[in-house]
Design a protein around this ligand. Structure first.
Ligand code: CO
Ligand code: ZN
Length: 331
């Protein structure tokens, strides 16, 4: 599974430009899915099983990125975020554009005594262009962080683990569910444009019209120095979501996930996330409404080039999701 995570996380796919990562995922599931479709927005929808109840599982395949807004007088690319870019993580970061050009992010007044960071307008991308107008990228070109996925024991470190980890969990689960069999029609959705407001998952859910939906995405950790205060620690097991900024999980869905985890002997955590949301926000509001829950993967340094997760949590998330999908889901 580490190889799969590495392949997915190192791939390029900012919001709205998911065609490369979608092709990679499609190739991974091609042998196992009963049906594969791509909808009008670019969501990849893979069905396994043909039972009467439809269960939708969603992981977003986009990653935070940026887009060139203009080339300044000195030949540096200025940019806007596509998704939440944090200024504290930008200086020195490397980005890659679709044509392969690598850029280095710099900041104005780097060596001044100021302690605060400017907003994105104070950052620029060095693309080795000068004032002569020979920039290798231009207005409207999207980019994303570039970086290798590395291991430190059970810890896995890389860009875009939000949410290529979730994609890897879904691919592994899809293969397992195909092997074991399921009484349901399970639709594994690899959604677009989550990082700009869960824009893809809602329309996907409208199309599938599920009886139950589960989101697989990352969550923050409460075990960093002076960090967020929350009851999630890295390596503590997958988190069963209770609440985030866009979703209150219905008690019946929460209880289903907890029951399956306990039956299977999977250690889990309970997640209440402040500041942040997932595809669940738009899925629950599709058509006449969809009971929606989420399984979250604890992640440190979210939205940086060195997001850090725990492989034990990732493997247990596959176990939990598979345990839910091969059993009854009557709510
Ligand atoms: Co994110
Ligand atoms: Zn995410």
């Amino acid at each position: 599974m580490e190889t799969l995570i590495k392949t997915l996380a190192e791939a390029w796919g900012p919001p709205g430009y998911e065609h490369h990562i979608r092709n990679l995922i499609r190739a991974e599931v091609a042998g196992a899915a009963d049906e594969i479709a791509v909808d009008a927005l670019g969501n990849l929808i893979c069905r396994v099983g043909d039972g009467p109840r439809r269960v939708l599982i969603s992981a977003h395949m986009d990653e935070i990125g940026l887009i060139v807004s203009h080339i300044d007088r000195q030949g540096y690319a200025r940019f806007a975020g596509i998704g939440a870019l944090f200024p504290a993580t930008l200086l020195g970061a490397r980005v890659r554009f679709e044509n392969g050009v690598i850029g280095t992010i710099g900041v104005e007044h780097q060596y001044s005594k100021r302690r605060d960071l400017p907003d994105l307008a104070g950052f620029y991308i060095d693309i080795s262009a000068g004032a002569e107008g020979n920039a290798p990228v231009g207005v409207g070109d999207p980019g994303a962080f570039v970086g290798e996925v590395l291991r430190r024991g059970e810890r896995i470190i890389g860009k875009s683990l939000d949410n290529r980890l979730g994609c890897a969990v879904q691919i592994e689960t899809l293969r397992r569910v195909k092997q074991i069999g399921t009484p349901h029609s399970v639709y594994f959705v690899f959604s677009v444009q989550e990082e700009v407001g869960a824009r893809g998952a809602g329309p996907a859910a409208y199309g599938v019209e599920p009886h139950l939906a589960l989101v697989v995405d990352v969550t923050s950790c409460g075990d960093q120095p002076h960090g967020k205060e929350m009851a999630i620690r890295l390596g503590g097991g997958p988190a069963i979501k209770m609440r985030d900024e866009g979703l209150i999980v219905p008690p019946a869905v929460r209880d289903l996930l907890i029951a399956r985890a306990e039956e299977a002997g999977i250690s889990y955590q309970l997640e209440v996330l402040t500041g942040g949301g997932t595809d669940g926000r738009t899925i629950q509001a599709a058509r006449a409404g969809v009971p929606t829950g989420a399984i979250s993967l604890p992640l440190r340094y979210v939205h940086t080039p060195s997001e850090t997760a725990d492989m034990g949590d990732v493997r247990a998330a596959v176990d939990l999701l598979a345990a839910v999908l091969v059993g009854e889901v009557a709510l």
